[in-house]
Design a protein around this ligand. Structure first.
Ligand SMILES: C[S@@+](CC[C@H](N)C(=O)[O-])C[C@H]1O[C@@H](n2cnc3c(N)ncnc32)[C@H](O)[C@@H]1O
Length: 211
């Protein structure tokens, strides 16, 4: 899951001199009436949803929620959408999109929970600029979350955990706490870590209402 082809995918579309054909579309608006069976917008986001084990199980467990997965790798998004249509899942979809372009198609204060699980770590300093988790990203997460909405984080990379916590502290719009467990389906990467006894950290961030 940590195999990547082009560094351009992690840069905003408007910073490139031209848009390569492998770059995912960057829509400003999406028509939810043709995306989810109930025609409503999403209430849940899974950013960097990978092959979607979490997304699909969450959708099955929470039929009243529409869950939007966001994934920069087309084949992973396509795989999820093949399962979604094959299994007639009415409340889940994967969007082939690079989240570095923000969330312009999500209405402010419309989201209950954002899941951001096991992001690519980009450990080398020269690769830090590929990390999507920035002040701009947090501004967007803060904007789309309802008051008291939740941002769930998991990572098995200590440096990423520290970086994300520092970024959140600098932003200031969230309370955060480490949690040992939560009642959520396991992600693909989480299952891998559990199988291999690789430790990982769960952090729950709650949107403050006073920012
Ligand atoms: C290590 S995988 C984790 C997948 C899943 N969340 C899990 O826990 O199993 C990280 C995922 O984030 C996706 N990703 C990385 N950068 C992204 C970006 N800018 N926009 C959307 N997805 C991105 C990767 O393609 C990959 O599928």
């Amino acid at each position: 899951m940590r195999h990547h082809t082009s560094p351009n995918l992690y840069m905003p579309v408007n910073t490139a001199a031209f848009t390569p054909e492998y770059y995912p579309p960057a829509p400003e608006v999406l028509d939810w009436s043709v995306i989810f069976a109930d025609g409503k917008p999403p209430s849940i986001l899974d950013i960097g949803c990978g092959r979607g084990a979490f997304l699909l199980e969450y959708a099955a467990n929470n039929p009243a929620d529409n869950i939007l997965g966001i994934e920069v790798r087309k084949h992973a998004a396509d795989w999820i959408n093949t399962v979604v249509s094959g299994e007639n899942i009415e409340n889940a979809t994967a969007l082939w999109y690079s989240v570095i372009n923000g969330l312009p198609f999500i209405r402010s204060q419309s989201i209950n929970s954002v899941f951001y699980f096991f992001p690519d770590p980009w450990i080398k300093k020269k690769h830090h600029k590929r990390r999507a988790f920035t002040q701009n990203f947090l501004r967007e997460i803060y904007r789309v979350l309802k008051p008291g909405g939740l941002l769930y984080l998991m990572t098995d990379v200590r440096e990423v955990d520290e970086y994300q916590k520092e970024t959140i502290a600098e932003f200031g719009g969230f309370s955060m706490e480490n949690v040992i467990s939560w009642n959520l389906p396991a992600t693909d990467q989480e299952r891998f870590c559990l199988r291999k006894n690789i430790p990982f950290v769960r952090t729950l961030c709650r949107k403050n209402d006073d920012n």
